[in-house]
Design a protein around this ligand. Structure first.
Ligand code: S3P
Length: 433
């Protein structure tokens, strides 16, 4: 297990780009594989999670070729979803998106496939996708009521179209149902309590697959094949979030991030940072499959806010770093309606609360969130990452503001979503001392 040592910096100013968006990279691979011909993907995130998806598709017989640029430029030969029997279990590593989205496409695959994961993924609930997919005709068996991995999927070539009222707002559940809906007869639809990220719907549109959003319901019509097209992936706003908070929390800091995704179902962090006092200027280009552009942040110090309701789905992966922002802000910040954080790579409510306390912050934990009393000086501490990438990165940023040294135990987990994070942090620290 590797350690990352972080010390306080005086200033924070930078101009950078971040690696490709993880959610969009997963969908680009999968939808290219379902398409009717070759697709070139640029800006792909060559991280452990997305490589798990790539290895899974290769095991299913999809031809994927790297065209250079460190694995960020790929050519995928679409096979219309006619997969071969992998003949062995497929390892999804740490990636729930790989496992849940694969369940959606394998629901119509007539041979039995086993999906496994690492220790953390093996604790995560797959019943949230198994329930609707079984209603459509697939058979999915995992461990216990929560259907934890390893799971076995036996698909059925012609699935039944359903309407599913999802009890959770989850883009993974929505995407699994929509992908299965491609192989169902007629219209499959899903509604969710609050709209989750819409990358799947946007990419389906871009690949000329008819789908429709009406209020809180999204529908797809079966029997369609995505049209092969080249796909450009923007930088990941969830990775940029770490630098955005670092800049926003320091008076006088300036940060420019280029070519980053600005999808409105994903950009909740920007609104929160503006509420907390940051000055943020966005320049958006909406001409591609996904809105993208540049963000300029001028740091002004932070004040407390309340984060909850429909906003949560738009910033679900940013809550660890927003909790760090709250610790650096004057006043008490409340985060609520975020119970889904308890079933992420770690239980992110208790992991964040415990690690903030290690750094001397007062935190009250609730079932669905926490209250953080900010404004006192952070103390450097030893922080266990628990193998959770966003915990490791959020607390590395906290270390830039803390007295004394902060040691992140188990930093290698950042490879799942942000390869290059440690190099970027080292450079920023070297420039800002
Ligand atoms: C993701 C959806 C979110 C998010 C995850 C990626 C996706 O999970 O937390 O990191 O790519 O669809 P849920 O769908 O469980 O909310």
């Amino acid at each position: 297990m590797a350690d990352l040592r972080v010390k306080k910096v005086k200033d924070f100013s930078a101009e950078l780009t971040v690696p490709g968006d993880k959610s969009i990279s997963h969908r680009a691979l999968l939808l290219a594989a379902l398409s009717n011909g070759p697709c070139e993907i640029t800006g792909f995130l060559a991280s452990e999670d997305c490589l798990a998806m790539m290895n899974a598709l290769t095991a299913l017989g999809v031809e994927i070729e790297s065209l250079g640029s460190g694995g960020t430029h790929l050519r995928v030969q679409g096979c219309r979803g006619e997969f071969q029997d992998p003949g062995r279990p497929i390892d999804c590593g740490n990636s729930a998106t790989t496992m849940r989205l694969l369940c959606g496409v394998l629901a119509s695959n007539p041979c039995e496939v086993t999906l496994t994961g690492d220790e953390s993924l093996s604790k995560r609930p797959m019943n949230r996708v198994a329930i609707p997919l079984e209603r459509m005709g697939a058979r999915i068996k995992g461990h216990g009521d929560r259907c934890t991995p390893p799971i076995r999927i036996l698909g059925r070539e012609k699935l039944k179209a359903i309407h599913y009222e999802s009890p959770v707002s989850s883009a993974q559940v929505k995407s699994a149902v929509l992908l299965a809906g491609l192989a169902a007869e007629g219209r499959t639809s899903l509604s969710e309590p609050q709209p989750s990220r819409d990358h799947t719907e946007r990419m389906l549109n871009y690949l000329l697959v008819k789908n429709l959003r009406e209020g809180d319901t999204v529908s797809i019509w079966g029997g369609q094949t995505p049209e092969s097209r080249d796909i450009r992936i923007p930088g990941d706003l969830s990775s940029a979030a770490f630098w955005i908070v670092a800049a926003a929390a320091r008076k006088g800091a300036r940060l420019m991030i280029h070519q980053v995704g600005l999808n409105p179902t994903r950009n909740g962090i920007l609104g929160v940072m503006i509420r907390m006092g940051a000055k943020i200027i966005e320049r958006i280009d909406t001409s591609g499959c996904e809105p993208m552009g540049s963000i300029e942040v001028v740091g002004n110090g932070l004040t407390a806010t309340e984060i909850g309701g429909a906003e949560i789905a738009t910033l679900i992966d940013e809550i660890p770093i927003l909790a760090v922002a709250a610790a650096l802000a004057e006043g008490r910040t409340v985060i609520k309606d975020a119970q889904s954080l308890r079933v992420k790579e770690s239980d992110r409510i208790s992991t964040v609360a415990e690690n903030l306390r290690r750094m001397g912050v007062t935190v009250d934990e609730f079932a669905d969130g926490m209250e953080i009393t900010g404004g006192s000086t952070l103390k450097g501490a030893e922080i266990p990452s628990l193998g959770d990438d966003r915990i490791a990165m959020a607390f590395a940023i906290a270390g830039l503001f803390a007295e004394g040294e902060t040691v992140i135990k188990g930093i290698e987990c950042v490879e799942s979503s942000y390869p290059g994070f440690v190099r970027e942090l080292d450079q920023l620290q070297a420039m800002s001392r």
